[in-house]
Ligand binder design. Structure first.
Ligand SMILES: Nc1nc2c(c(=O)[nH]1)N(C=O)[C@@H](CNc1ccc(C(=O)N[C@@H](CCC(=O)O)C(=O)O)cc1)CN2
Ligand SMILES: Nc1ncnc2c1ncn2[C@@H]1O[C@H](COP(=O)(O)OP(=O)(O)OP(=O)(O)O)[C@@H](O)[C@H]1O
Length: 222
């Protein structure tokens, strides 16, 4: 596991004093290095390990009451050796649950839209080469209306910190629902391979906390 001893000190300095730009830079460099190391780890998984992990993910989720009781669920289509949700999506659709996928906002930088998906949804590739539903106003759902948002991630720790691909998409898109007291907030669940666990991740003020992390071998409730 990767260690970050001075993480909290650096994070506190970065948030409290706008003049400490070199510490902010250090934090950005740390995040970048961690991203590279953790992405390398998941890219080394064999095809067999990926298949097996995806099946175990569904088994883990089937044990969770909050998953079985959910109706409107956002997931993702795997990219860059992420743990695949394909079995989970298929099972949800078979059980007549509503599935949503993230779509890059056509205008607002860093913003995600959540669009309803099923087997017949017309798809396109976004600028990262990830398949996403074609935008249709009638199939959009405000994130506050979702029961669960399953998030892809590059790294996680058992405190519920998440390191993503570095675009700030999920942090930006969920800021309003997480921080607004009168909006219902969906459960935020990270999905990851076991090898994506770090001992302590550096945090920045905008980082959205996870409520749980599911891996093929465990469910970590925060
Ligand atoms: N499967 C999946 N879907 C997702 C995300 C994700 O992390 N995984 N996202 C989570 O936010 C959003 C897309 N964000 C992404 C951000 C960067 C890269 C990426 O591959 N970056 C390349 C550089 C690509 C470029 O600049 O052209 C890289 O870092 O190597 C991919 C997705 C929405 N959909
Ligand atoms: N709520 C926010 N408001 C404004 N800018 C933000 C917000 N969240 C993140 N950002 C910007 O996005 C950049 C990337 O953030 P971060 O490194 O936390 O991304 P990430 O969580 O790894 O990415 P992703 O969520 O796309 O997987 C930050 O440098 C920051 O400038």
């Amino acid at each position: 596991m990767l260690n970050f001893q001075s993480q909290s000190k650096i994070a506190a300095m970065a948030t409290s004093t706008p003049t400490l730009r070199s510490d902010q830079k250090k934090l950005i460099t740390q995040k970048k290095q961690l991203r590279t190391q953790l992405r390398n780890k998941r890219q080394q998984l064999t095809r067999f390990e990926q298949h097996s992990a995806a099946k175990k993910l569904l088994i883990q989720l089937n044990h969770q009451t909050w998953f079985n009781n959910s109706q409107k669920v956002a997931l993702y289509l795997a990219n860059d050796s992420e743990l695949s949700c394909a079995h989970v999506i298929r099972t949800l659709l078979q059980n007549n649950k509503q599935v949503f996928l993230p779509v890059l906002h056509p205008i607002n930088h860093r913003q995600l839209l959540f669009v309803r998906y099923d087997q017949h949804t017309p798809m396109r590739f976004n600028r990262f080469g990830i398949k996403e539903p074609r935008l249709a106003r009638s199939r959009l759902l405000d994130p506050s209306q979702l029961d669960i948002i399953f998030m892809p991630l590059v790294g996680f720790d058992k405190q519920g910190h998440r390191l993503g691909m570095g675009g700030g998409f999920y942090d930006t898109s969920l800021e309003r629902v997480v921080n607004c007291r009168w909006l219902k907030s969906p459960k935020r669940i990270g999905i990851a391979h076991d090898c994506q666990q770090a001992s302590e991740l550096p945090q920045e003020p905008w980082d959205i906390q996870l409520n749980a992390i599911i891996t093929p071998s465990q469910c970590i409730l925060i």
